[in-house]
Design a protein around this ligand. Structure first.
Ligand SMILES: Nc1ncnc2c1ncn2[C@@H]1O[C@H](COP(=O)(O)OP(=O)(O)OP(=O)(O)O)[C@@H](O)[C@H]1O
Length: 509
């Protein structure tokens, strides 16, 4: 058999947890092979082993039939293995070419850095694989989708034959996702082989040839994607059947909890990011914000939560003007926030899980008394959240958050914010990076908050999620409210037009 990579019987143990337990994965030349598993199942660990960042405790790795020891990423690179990480590793003020040759060309050419020759090669590669990247563009001036292509070019420049993509579409817009899928198909057409880590079954169906499923560190099996349904793959992954639809009864909205009136906000470049934006979110309803990324969603959320200041307009929470309040005061007045960037805004990565869970309440009873923290109470509270939100980590409440898998970090934030029981819960991309089982659970909890009479503001780039979960959908384009529609009366086409800035009446006429 023509395998480019064979990982057989791989085991890796971390304190308190066996992350990989006898895992086998075989990658054929010229295929796209999906790696599917729940949050914390051990996917990133397995790929870190292949990329030389961790050493396996047991098991063998063969590259093109030859057994190898991949002691560090340089060895991986020399063996033709490259990885596009979830968080890009690019130098913003440098050009595309400069980033690509960093750490590679400098050694080869000594002081004589021949950028022009390098740029020419970058251009050729870009053309060959349909990447369409300008070799002289600065990283800070190009979109996230383009930056990802630079990461791909970096691997191709180093002659990588095996490309690992770690949840590559998590940060992309729907159009960019489609483009990336075409790029991946071009890559395998030219003989490259791809391992794709993703939670999105739709994407696996769209591009992958085979899929290996792991659960709790163990291989469950490898299937032919064309012959396996989404439901079957989901069931293999979580061990039970999953519902892709959100079950909810008609909402019974009450009084407005959040009233935004004519809000105008300038972004960091002093351009209007929100223009006279007006929206009410009532008790007992979920309002979804639909829009293409970068149309004012982040500024809207940051202004409500107090991270940004408005130029003009008002924000009222339960009837009280909150524009002048600090972030902490807004929190205490009943705002919960599941932020877009979990690592920057949601967590202190070097704190333990329990410390992160009490970030907003550590100075309150019962978590502290007379200025002294109450460890037993804190532990109990953390353990309850860990249990009810199924947050998996090596040493439970005492785990340092940095060592937890991305999905479990996200579940911890959601648990913390939901358990604070805020009147207004702002959920930004709440299920990004989560497996289908966790998504089902988080959706249920958000609907439960609504049914308890809370107001929920959902901001998501996943149109399916917005349509499934929301009662009303507010569409934003270029900082303006295009319109509000009932979720049960709209469809993808209508929303798509509105997201492009076309008002309902114009769109139908
Ligand atoms: N450096 C580390 N130290 C301690 N534990 C770790 C370390 N890296 C990973 N783990 C643990 O190993 C398990 C597997 O984690 P891994 O990141 O491989 O999961 P994953 O399948 O990639 O999850 P996700 O889909 O959420 O990204 C998790 O329980 C995680 O907490």
């Amino acid at each position: 058999m023509d395998y480019v990579v064979e990982m057989v019987g791989i085991r890796k143990e971390f304190p308190g947890i066996v992350a990989n337990d006898d895992i086998t994965l075989r990658l054929k030349k010229g295929e796209i092979h999906a790696l599917l598993g729940e949050n914390g199942a051990g996917k990133s660990t397995l790929m870190s082993i292949l990329f030389g960042m961790y050493q396996p405790d047991r098991g063998t790795i063969k590259v093109s039939g030859k057994e190898v020891r991949i002691t560090n990423p340089n060895v991986a690179s020399r063996l033709g293995i490259g990885m596009v990480h979830q968080h890009f590793k690019l130098v913003e003020p440098f050009t595309v070419t400069e980033n690509i040759i960093l750490g590679s060309e400098t050694r080869r050419l000594g002081f004589m850095l021949d950028v022009r020759t390098a740029a020419k090669r970058v251009e050729e590669l870009s053309k060959k694989y349909g990447l369409n990247v300008d070799p002289y563009a600065k990283i800070e001036d190009i979109s996230v989708g383009m930056q990802q292509r630079v990461e791909i070019l970096k691997m191709l420049y180093r002659d990588a034959e095996v490309l690992i993509f770690d949840e590559p579409t998590a940060v992309l817009t729907p159009q960019e996702i489609e483009d990336l899928q075409n790029i991946m198909k071009n890559l395998v057409k030219e003989g490259k082989s791809i391992i794709l880590i993703t939670h999105k079954l739709k994407e696996i169906k769209a591009v992958a040839d085979r899929c290996t499923v792991i659960r709790r560190g163990k291989t469950i099996g490898t299937v032919d994607v064309a012959e396996t349904s989404r439901e079957e793959m989901a069931e293999m992954m979580v061990g039970r059947s999953i519902s892709f639809k959100v079950d909810k009864v008609e909402s019974k909205p009450g009084e407005p909890v959040l009233e935004i009136q004519s809000l105008t906000v300038k972004n960091s470049k002093k351009v209007d990011a929100l223009k006279a934006f007006t929206l009410d979110v009532r008790a007992g309803e979920i309002i979804g914000i639909a829009g293409v990324d970068g149309n004012g969603q982040s500024e809207l959320v940051e202004t409500i939560t107090g991270l940004m200041k408005a130029e003009s307009g008002s924000i009222r929470l339960n009837g009280q003007e909150i524009s002048g309040l600090s972030v902490r005061e807004r929190n205490e007045n009943g705002i919960g926030h599941i932020p877009e960037d979990r690592q920057k805004r949601g967590l202190v990565l070097d704190y333990t899980l329990e410390e992160n869970i009490i970030l907003q309440v550590y100075n309150k009873q019962p978590y502290s008394k007379h200025g002294i923290l109450q460890p037993a109470v804190i532990r109990k509270h953390a353990e309850q959240i860990i249990q009810s939100f199924d947050v998996r980590s090596g040493t439970g409440a005492r785990s340092v958050v940095r060592s937890m898998s991305g999905g479990n970090q996200q579940k911890a934030i959601i648990g913390r914010e939901v358990e604070r029981d805020p009147d207004l819960l702002i959920a930004v991309q709440p299920t990004r990076g989560l497996d289908v089982g966790s998504i089902e659970y988080i959706h249920k909890r958000l609907v439960e908050q609504r049914d308890k009479g809370k107001a929920v503001l959902l901001v998501s780039l996943e149109l399916d999620e917005v349509m499934n979960l929301s009662d009303r959908i507010a569409v934003i384009n270029n900082g303006e409210l295009v319109g509000i529609v009932n979720a049960s009366e709209t469809n993808e086409q209508e929303l798509g037009l509105m997201m492009a800035g076309i008002h309902k009446e114009e769109g139908t006429s």
